[in-house]
Design a protein around this ligand. Structure first.
Ligand code: EPZ
Length: 421
C-alpha cells in the first residue's frame, strides 16, 4: 500500500505551476458526448478521476487519444453503448454528468449511482428535478438512475433549484443544450468550473448565457460542431499550495492561476498575516512570521470554498489566537480530518457546523489517514508544518485530484516521499 511520508520543518521556496481544474475537467469530458464529432481539450489534469472518466468514455465507444501530456482528443461521432460500466462509474462521483449528456443527445440515459468522496450525504434530487422538468421520465433505484423520454417529449423549461448545487447546474446545463426550446436555471451555482463548461459548450456551438450568475439561460441547438478548448486552472489546487506556504512558512510563486477565482482564499490568508501579491496569472505568497486567528464561513462561490475548509483549518491550528470555522455546504466535512489533526496536537472543538480552533505553538508528526480528497491534502500540509515525520495513508483520495503532488511539493522544498509500505 502506497503512503506519503512527510518530514516537517522545511520552509517552502520557489515556483509551482497549477494544473487544469479537476471539477471543470470532469464536467467537460462527458460534455464531449454532446459534440457528436471530434473535439480537443487542453490543460486536462492527469489525475485518477480523469483517467477513470477516459476509461468510461472509451468503454462507451468515444474515440480518445492523448497526443501529448494534458491534451485529450475525443471523437463522440458514434457511441457504441449508452450505459457506462457500473464498476467504473462507482469509482467517481462526477460520473453522474453522463446523465445530462446522454439525455440531451440520445433522449435516454442509464447510469449507475456514483461514488466519490464520502464526507457527507451527496443527494442528486435537484439533478432529477431538472431532468423531470425537461420532460424526462426518471426511474431511480438503489443502484442506478434510468432516464427516458416522457410522454410529452423533452424540451426546455424553467428550473428553480431548491439549493445552490454545482452538480445539478452542470447536469441540467448539459441536458438542455440539444433540447428544443429555452431552459432557464434559477438559483444556479456560480463556480468558475460552471463558467468553464458553458464556455466549452459555446465554443462547440451551444447558446448558453448567464453562466457565473444565479440565472443561466440555455437556448437549445440542433447539434454542436467540434473545436478546441483549454480548461481553466484549478483554484482549489492553487489554494492548497498557498495554504501549505502559509502553514509551513516560506516564499512561493504559484503560477498559472486566475487571481479573480482565488479572491476569497487569498484575502483570508492575507487576513491571517500572509503577504499576498497578485500578478496577471500568478500569485506570490510570503509568510511574515506567525499567522493569527480569523473567522471563516464556507459558502458557494464566490464565498470561501468548502473544498478549502480542511486546508485553512490547518493554518488555523498554528495561528496565534482562537479561530472559528463554519461549514455551510457539507456539515459533516470536519470529520474527514479533524481527529487526525488532533492526533498531531491540534486543539479543535467541533460544535455542529462550527469548529473552534485554538492555535498551538506547533504540531507533531503522526500516523494519519486521509478520508477524502481535501482532507488528505490538509494532512500533507499539517505534516509539512509539523515537527517530525507524518505518514499519510489512503493517498488514493489525494491522487484523485492533485496532479504530480510529490514532484510539485518537492520542487518547492518539501520533504515528502511516496513509499510502498
Ligand atoms: C461539487 O460537488 C464538487 N465536485 C465538490 O468538490 C464541491 O465540494 C461541491 O461542488 C461544492 O462546491 C465536483 O464538481 C465534481 P453540490 P457537488 O451539488 O456538485 C446539496 C472536491 O473536493 N445538494 O454543489 O456534489 C448537497 O448535499 C469535491 O473537488 C442537494 O441537496 O456539490 C450539498 O449540501 C468534493 N441535492 C450542496 O447541495 C442535489 O441534488 C452543494 O452540493 C445536489 C446537491
Amino acid at each position: 500500500m502506497a503512503i506519503y511520508e512527510v518530514t516537517g520543518g522545511n520552509r517552502l521556496h520557489g515556483e509551482v505551476t497549477i494544473s487544469g481544474a479537476k471539477n471543470a475537467a470532469v464536467a467537460i469530458l462527458p460534455a464531449a458526448i454532446l459534440v457528436g464529432g471530434k473535439c480537443r481539450v487542453e490543460n486536462v489534469p492527469d489525475i485518477s478521476d480523469v483517467r477513470i472518466l477516459i476509461d468510461i468514455l472509451r468503454s462507451m465507444g468515444v474515440g480518445i487519444t492523448q497526443p501529448e501530456p494534458n491534451v485529450v482528443e475525443l471523437d463522440s461521432s458514434e457511441l457504441t453503448q449508452l450505459e457506462a460500466p457500473a464498476e467504473l462509474v462507482r469509482k467517481m462521483r462526477a460520473s453522474y454528468y453522463l446523465m445530462g449528456a446522454l439525455l440531451s443527445r440520445y433522449h435516454k440515459a442509464k447510469v449507475a449511482l456514483p461514488g466519490g468522496c464520502n464526507f457527507a450525504s451527496r443527494p442528486i434530487d435537484q439533478h432529477l428535478k431538472g431532468f423531470r422538468l425537461l420532460g424526462a421520465q426518471v426511474e431511480e433505484t438503489e443502484e442506478y438512475v434510468n432516464l427516458t423520454e416522457g410522454e410529452f417529449g423533452l424540451c426546455g423549461n424553467r428550473i428553480s433549484l431548491d439549493v445552490v448545487s454545482v452538480g445539478a447546474t452542470v447536469n441540467i446545463m448539459m441536458a438542455a443544450t440539444l433540447l428544443p426550446g429555452q431552459t432557464v436555471i434559477e438559483n444556479a451555482a456560480k463556480e468558475p468550473h460552471i463558467v468553464d463548461l458553458a464556455n466549452f459548450l459555446n465554443t462547440m456551438g451551444a447558446r448558453i448565457t448567464g453562466a457565473g450568475t444565479d440565472t443561466v439561460k440555455i437556448r437549445g441547438v440542433e447539434r454542436l460542431q467540434g473545436g478546441t478548448y483549454t480548461i481553466i486552472p484549478d483554484q482549489i489546487e492553487a489554494g492548497t499550495y498557498l495554504a501549505a506556504v502559509a502553514a509551513a512558512g516560506g516564499d512561493v510563486l504559484v503560477k498559472n492561476v486566475i487571481p479573480k477565482h482565488m479572491e476569497c482564499i487569498t484575502s483570508k490568508l492575507a487576513e491571517m498575516g500572509a503577504r499576498i501579491t497578485n500578478f496577471d496569472d500568478a500569485i506570490r505568497i510570503q509568510s511574515t512570521g506567525k499567522l493569527h486567528d480569523t473567522t471563516v464561513k464556507t459558502r458557494p462561490y464566490p464565498g470561501f470554498p468548502t473544498d478549502m475548509q480542511a486546508q485553512i483549518c490547518v493554518c488555523m491550528t498554528l495561528a496565534k489566537g482562537v479561530s472559528k470555522l463554519t461549514e455551510s455546504v457539507y456539515e459533516t466535512r470536519f470529520f474527514g480530518y479533524c481527529t487526525e489533526l488532533q492526533n498531531m496536537g491540534a486543539d479543535i472543538i467541533i460544535n455542529g457546523k462550527t469548529a473552534i480552533v485554538t492555535g498551538q505553538e506547533k504540531l507533531r508528526g503522526a500516523e494519519v489517514s486521509a478520508k477524502d480528497l481535501r482532507a488528505g491534502a490538509a494532512l500533507i500540509i499539517a505534516g509539512l508544518a509539523a515537527e517530525g515525520i507524518t505518514r499519510v495513508r489512503n493517498i488514493h483520495f489525494v491522487e484523485r485530484g492533485y496532479e504530480n503532488i510529490i514532484e510539485k511539493m518537492t520542487s518547492i522544498g518539501a520533504d515528502i516521499r511516496r513509499i510502498e509500505e
